[in-house]
Design a protein around this ligand. Structure first.
Ligand code: FEO
Length: 395
């Protein structure tokens, strides 16, 4: 992808990773790929904000060379240690050995642990400034959004916020700006990103946004380190983050289940019917074949979760167990749940599921529903009622 001038003399010099399909190990399915965004600011002093993943170092360097000889870079702002943004840093610094690197104390420690390197590093804190000439960069520490080292960089003259991972999306496109892409896909990817990465950090997200509002800084562009740049309506993503961080939900139910011989699935379908009987929106998901990253996105704005599993070895099945372990780590708040499933001769799944949900801080709204072997017509009627009862709690 070509260089893009996002503001006068400020250039996107990132790369598009069209084919990456897993991220953070295998915890995130990046079905639409991603981008690693780096920004080159040409002023009396030249600053690069973030780099790209190491395997794309050549592409970053090539883009920089189209604008300036890399040795002319004076400053590199390292907003975040994680290797998708710092991987190209050691290669780049070989081409501009006198460049000074700026980041938080934790960033300095993290970069040293990752790369060694005896670089000229200046530790910065919130409100510290770096004069470039016509512009000044201001640093804002953003610890645990989403690593201890994370930091935002702000340029007042351009009303430009460079928040690294925050407000990003794993979304590979040849377009760079929010007004150039499908809004549904953009917000879908932003929600997926929040739900799967930032959700457990929601109290800190709220605090950081409130802190930035108190700083009374003008923002007319947010340029994150992944995906699309918000220039048409940066308020849209800030408001979405506020809503997600407050755990605001819709009257919507996500039914997630795993079935062994189809009985639990029959129950799930009938329960879902009961939910829609009450006019409540439902998503029915077999976790064994679903994309977990998408399921979490569905759960981000849903008030109710209904979780089901057949019993196997006195416990839930393994795909739902893995899913619930992940969900627990995301610490959803203000949700209600109910549990169901089939069993052969001894139950156990429902108890295990309820136990994990309680540990996750999710309220169990009604007694679980268990059926031996295959549900009879009468038991399917109970499933229907189970769904209706749960839905009525969301009205
Ligand atoms: Fe995109 Fe936390 O790295």
């Amino acid at each position: 992808m070509a260089i893009v001038e996002i503001k006068k003399d400020i250039f996107w010099t990132g790369v598009v990773d069209w084919n990456v399909r897993t991220f953070h190990g295998h915890t995130y399915n990046t079905n639409r790929g991603t981008t690693y965004n780096a920004y080159l600011i040409l002023d009396d002093k030249i600053a690069l904000v973030d780099t790209v993943a190491g395997q794309f170092a050549d592409e970053l360097i090539e883009k920089i060379k189209q604008l300036i000889p890399p040795e002319k870079i004076d400053y590199i702002i390292a907003n975040h240690v994680e290797t998708d943004h710092s991987g190209a840093l050691p290669r780049l610094l070989k081409l501009c050995p006198s460049a000074k690197v700026f980041g938080t104390k934790k960033c300095q420690e993290g970069l040293a642990k990752h790369y060694g390197g005896n670089w000229d590093f200046q530790v910065v804190k919130t409100a510290d400034k770096l004069e470039l000439g016509r512009r000044t960069l201001t640093f804002i520490e953003a610890a645990m959004l989403h690593w201890p080292d994370s930091m935002f960089t702000y340029c007042a003259e351009e009303r430009l916020l460079l928040p690294n991972d925050a407000f990003g999306q794993h979304y590979a496109t040849c377009e760079r700006f929010d007004d150039e892409v499908d809004q549904g896909i953009l917000m879908d990817e932003a929600a997926k990103y929040y739900g799967n990465i930032l959700w457990p950090l929601s109290p800190l997200v709220l605090k950081k946004i409130e802190e930035i509002v108190k700083m009374d800084i003008a923002i007319d562009m947010i340029a994150p380190s992944h995906g699309i740049i918000w220039r048409k309506d940066p308020g849209k993503i800030i408001n979405a983050y506020l809503s997600w961080a407050k755990n605001e939900t819709k009257p919507k139910v996500v039914v997630v289940y795993e079935t062994m011989w189809g009985a639990t699935e029959k129950m799930a379908r009938k329960i879902s019917e009961g939910i829609t009987d009450k006019g409540i929106s439902v998503k029915l998901i077999d976790i064994a074949t679903a994309d977990r990253t998408e399921v979490i996105k569905e759960m981000l704005d849903a008030k109710g979760y209904i979780i089901g599993s057949s019993t196997h070895n006195n416990d839930m099945l393994t795909a739902i167990a893995g899913f619930l372990a992940f969900l627990k780590g995301l610490k959803p708040q203000k949700r209600i749940a109910a549990v169901f499933g089939s069993y052969g001769w001894a139950g156990g799944a429902a108890k295990s599921i309820e136990s994990v949900l309680k540990e996750a801080g999710i309220e169990i709204a009604q007694p679980s529903l268990a059926v031996q072997y295959v549900p009879t017509d009468e038991e399917l009627r109970k499933c229907l009622e189970f769904g209706r009862e749960f839905a009525s709690k969301l009205l």
